[in-house]
Design a binder for this molecule. Structure first.
Ligand code: GLY
Ligand code: MN
Ligand code: MN
Length: 429
């Protein structure tokens, strides 16, 4: 791992919070992610399962966690199983956690090698009434390839058919949405690295540079600051490419007079930043570009003010839609009388702003959370309005990450240049 060690109190607390929410006399099992085949003898770079990391801080493949807070044998109330390392693995693959290191990273005292898993599990599972399995319940995801937790469920259901099975995901969905201080610090770090990448890019962009060169500038800055890399495939979209919401080809030249949309974030210690800025390739906004930019910025500020405890996502989106509608009328993209007659179920603003304004951010960029639950203190939400105008060959989106606190919202990206004048100043300095 490139990131610096994290205080294990984060993971100890997370396990405690989870354990307090399960039914009495239950055992929960969590797995690290699979290693995914690439081609030939290669696998994709390993990415830890977000829930597994949340509960252990262990960033290594082939690891398993058992939590059984009421286990009659105190030794097995929290048990971590790791792939046993040896000289061969050390030479070919490099360093793996020793038991001592895993103890230090996770705060878990009982660490075993993976080959002991079946025997230890069997020795305790018949004393438990319920088995919690961690299925992926992200409502935007439906799995095609069975992952470790569902494979384990199939095995356990056959071997222990009369146990009662429960879902860990509903507990984690509530817990993960509320960020602790250490998580906030790690997210701040990801935002700071993202800021430095953006400032570097502001000084780099000029007519004729390629989108992939801009991507490379971000990658360079991220890596040199211990980020794992990009939090998601970066969108480096010049001109009309900005109107393709998930544009990731990043293979065109940035032209004089065009705008350049940058939706980029660093991943640090598995925590993510999610930023969007849109800048003029030649360092000066045209009148029209600036008008649209200022409109998006006003919507962003209004939306960020609407975020707060008790707010429901769908109601918030509706309010932001009203603000956006006013701006689109001001830009002469919508007509007032057409808006007055619009079908409220299909508001006209969606022609120019067709995505949601906010999503939770954390260990996943689109973080695991309950979309029907009101926002609460400790949530981190993106705020990302945009106006996309294919007929004018450009689109503008701005995105900051907002933390809800007891004393109001904190913009974790408040120090990333945003005002049009500020952007121009840096680009021309
Ligand atoms: N970068 C992905 C998003 O903004 O949601
Ligand atoms: Mn984004
Ligand atoms: Mn986002």
């Amino acid at each position: 791992m490139k990131y610096l060690p994290i205080q294990n109190i984060l993971f100890t607390n997370n396990r405690k919070n989870f354990s307090e929410r399960i039914i009495a006399n239950s055992l929960a099992i969590f797995h690290s992610n699979d290693e995914f085949p690439r081609n030939g003898d290669q696998t994709f770079p390993f990415k830890q399962n977000a829930d597994f990391f949340y509960l252990t801080g262990i960033d290594q493949e082939q690891s398993v966690l058992i939590l059984y807070p009421d286990c009659p044998n105190p030794l097995y109330r929290e048990v971590l199983f790791l792939r046993q390392t040896d000289e061969h693995i050390a030479v070919w693959e490099g360093h793996k956690y020793t038991k001592e290191e895993a103890k230090q990273a996770s705060g878990i005292q009982s660490i075993y090698w993976l080959q002991d898993f079946d025997a230890i599990l069997h020795s305790i599972i018949n004393y438990a009434d319920n088995i919690y399995i961690n299925t992926n319940e992200n409502d935007r995801y439906s799995y095609q390839v069975p992952y470790r937790d569902v494979r384990m469920f199939e095995q356990l259901r056959n071997r222990y058919p009369l146990h009662h099975f429960e879902r860990s995901a509903v507990i984690l969905r509530d817990l993960r949405a509320v960020k602790s201080d250490i998580e906030i610090e790690l997210t701040r770090k990801a935002c700071e690295i993202t800021r430095d990448g953006f400032v570097r890019v502001l000084k780099f962009v000029k007519p004729g540079v390629a989108e992939y060169e801009v991507e490379a500038e971000f990658s360079h800055e991220f890596l040199r600051q211990r980020a794992t890399g990009h939090a998601y495939n970066p969108i480096i979209a010049s001109g009309a490419n900005a109107n393709v919401l998930h544009y990731i080809d990043n293979n065109q030249l940035c032209k004089d007079g065009d705008m350049l949309l940058l939706d980029v974030g660093a991943e640090y210690a598995n925590y993510n930043a999610d930023m969007t800025r849109t800048i003029p390739v030649n360092g000066r906004f045209s009148k029209r570009q600036r008008d649209v930019y200022e409109a998006v910025l006003r919507v962003m500020r209004a939306a960020a003010n609407l975020i707060g405890p008790g707010v429901i996502l769908s109601e918030y989106q509706e309010e932001v839609g009203k603000v956006m509608t006013g701006e689109l009328i001001g830009l002469k993209l919508l007509e007032k009388h057409a808006v007055e007659k619009q079908d409220p179920k299909m508001p006209l603003y969606k022609k120019y702003f067709m995505h949601g304004t906010s999503h939770h951010l954390g260990l996943d960029v689109h973080d695991f959370a309950n979309r029907y639950k009101a926002f609460e203190v400790g949530n981190i939400l993106t705020c990302e309005p945009g106006i996309y105008i294919p007929e004018e060959g450009f689109g503008i989106r701005l995105e900051n990450d907002i933390l809800i606190t007891e004393n109001g919202n904190v913009d974790l990206m408040a120090d990333i240049p945003l005002e049009a004048d500020h952007i121009e100043d840096i680009m021309n300095s």
